[in-house]
Design a protein around this ligand. Structure first.
Ligand SMILES: [Fe+2]
Length: 110
């Protein structure tokens, strides 16, 4: 959940940067992607609540320094996306090994 919240915040940061630099298309894409990541966070939060567990809301790290340019922006976003995907795959593997099919299905839908 925290990883999705962090991803949303990171995409907001890059979207704002891109908008400020006049890259409207990139900004639009990233603002939408930020919402998508927040929706993932909410999906996990609701899943935890539906199962009667306690939701733990944690602090998220501050965004990195401004990108040096568009290529650097895209490279950093790609790295975040790869890291996020690795995190999701880890959850899929853990839930599969635990035969926790509900969690496995949730993770596959993120
Ligand atoms: Fe996500």
């Amino acid at each position: 959940m925290t990883k999705e919240a962090s991803a949303s915040q990171i995409y907001l940061f890059y979207a704002a940067w891109a908008s400020g630099k006049g890259y409207g298309g990139i900004a639009n894409f990233l603002f939408r992607h930020a919402n998508e990541e927040r929706n993932h966070m909410m999906k996990i939060l609701e899943f935890i609540l539906e199962r009667g567990a306690k939701v733990k809301v944690e602090a998220i790290p501050a965004p990195p320094d401004d990108p040096t340019g568009v290529q650097n922006c895209i490279d950093q976003i790609f790295e975040h996306e790869v890291d996020n995907t690795r995190g999701t795959y880890k959850l899929v593997k853990m839930s599969f090994n635990e035969e926790d099919w509900a969690t496995c299905i949730l993770c596959n839908s993120l």
